[in-house]
Design a protein around this ligand. Structure first.
Ligand SMILES: *Cc1c(COP(=O)(O)O)cnc(C)c1O
Length: 382
């Protein structure tokens, strides 16, 4: 039915319409003229960075962001030419790649900015950067208290173009007062930067939770937001306005009629309860990203009904009890492991003590990603 590089009967289906409607929702939370930087690190949280980026740019997203230089190169090699920010640091010998692939580096100190600028000057170009400020994340960046002097110094480096200055929330979904304090400190820094007349194009701080909970981060003096999770339709707090975009599916490869008392899978954790209980085999396992902790816990959807996963989840397979199989489920029938009426990504994550980010990032490379959209029934795969 769809073009597919993989010949396995399993796939992660990415609903482009859901991503579009999530983007519309995100825009509804922003002041006019706020740009969106679509965060597509980690292969767009497992949704496929190339296709997702292409779609986001078509939908009017202005910037993209990734975590490391390999991810940036992947996007450039696929022909994506939008402004692209790198969140993470780059080692000195790799500075040339930033220039070659036209990527904005993040700058974490005056020394780092100097090193970068020397490398750029050597190649005859001006560095264009985003400066990272630590306003309470405790990870990377110039501490907000010392930032003004450092930014002034960076701005005076010959040829330096500051395309942006940004910060990040550690807890904009859980600790709103703390995040408001952060916003206050960063907003004050922005006022100081402006007072000194330092030229900066963009200021940004809001991730998905910031957009949701901190209106002060979605308008003046901020000019950009950086959603990731909410674009893909997941949330750590309930949010009925966004829609999961990934569902994990596969087709049954065998159905066994088992005797009462027989056991299923490694360590024999499930015993067949009734004679003629039918056990379906689905060719998805922990090597595809389904944690074994979900053994005897998860329920999956087949023909609009939920059925329990029984026995230990294997590397390549999981088993599902169909009971006496009143619905006459057959080999080849489709199973939904999460999404579309089966467990939501959030609930699937809760069952195995994972945040939604981990669930979709955890669906491994050997599961092909397939893209669907209504306005065009054709399904394509990257
Ligand atoms: C991952 C990341 C984001 C996006 O965060 P979400 O919670 O997925 O919206 C934004 N900014 C930075 C610096 C990040 O690392």
């Amino acid at each position: 039915m769809f073009l597919n590089k993989s010949h396995r009967p399993v796939w992660a289906e990415i609903n482009i319409d859901a991503i579009r409607s999530n983007l519309i929702y995100i825009k509804s939370k922003l002041s006019q003229d706020i740009n969106i930087m679509g965060v597509v690190k980690a292969d767009a949280y497992g949704h496929g960075a190339i296709t997702v980026s292409q779609e986001l740019l078509k939908l009017g997203v202005e910037y993209l962001a990734v975590s490391n230089i390999d991810e940036a190169i992947e996007l450039r090699n696929a022909g994506l030419s939008s402004p692209l920010l790198l969140f993470g640091p780059v080692e000195t010998p790799e500075f040339g790649k930033l220039i070659q692939f036209n990527v904005f580096p993040s700058v974490f100190s005056v020394d780092y900015a100097r090193e970068l600028s020397e490398s750029y000057r050597y190649r005859g170009v001006f560095p264009k950067v985003h400066i990272k400020i630590d306003s309470g994340m405790g990870r990377l960046g110039i501490p907000v208290e010392d930032a003004l002097l450092d930014i002034e110094q960076i701005s005076k480096i010959e040829g330096m173009i500051i395309d942006g200055i940004y910060s990040h929330y550690p807890s904009a979904d859980e600790d709103i007062p703390y995040s408001e304090q952060q916003t206050l400190h960063f907003t004050k820094l922005i006022a100081d930067i402006r007072r000194l007349g330092i030229k900066v194009k963009h200021f940004h701080i809001a991730n998905s939770a910031g957009i949701q909970n901190l209106p002060a981060s979605c308008g003046e003096p901020y000019t950009m937001v950086r959603p990731g999770l909410s674009l893909y339709g997941y949330s750590t707090q309930k949010n009925p306005d966004i829609q999961n975009s990934m569902s994990l599916k596969g087709r049954i490869t065998a159905i066994n009629k088992m005797k009462k008392g027989a056991t299923v899978s490694y360590l024999r954790t499930y015993t067949v309860k009734e004679s003629n209980e039918q056990i379906a085999v689905l060719p998805l396992g922990y090597a595809d990203g389904i944690p074994t902790i979900l053994s005897n816990k998860l329920k999956v959807k087949i023909k609009n009904k939920l059925y329990p996963v029984v026995g230990r989840i294997c590397m390549d397979f999981m088993m599902i009890s169909l009971g006496q199989n009143p619905e006459k489920i057959q080999v080849g029938d489709e199973v939904t492991v999460f999404g579309e009426g089966a467990a939501s990504v959030e609930y699937f994550g809760k069952l195995c003590h994972k945040i939604p980010y981990e669930v979709t990032c955890g669906i491994t490379k050997r599961v092909p990603r397939i893209y669907t959209r209504k306005e065009d029934e054709r399904k394509t795969i990257e």
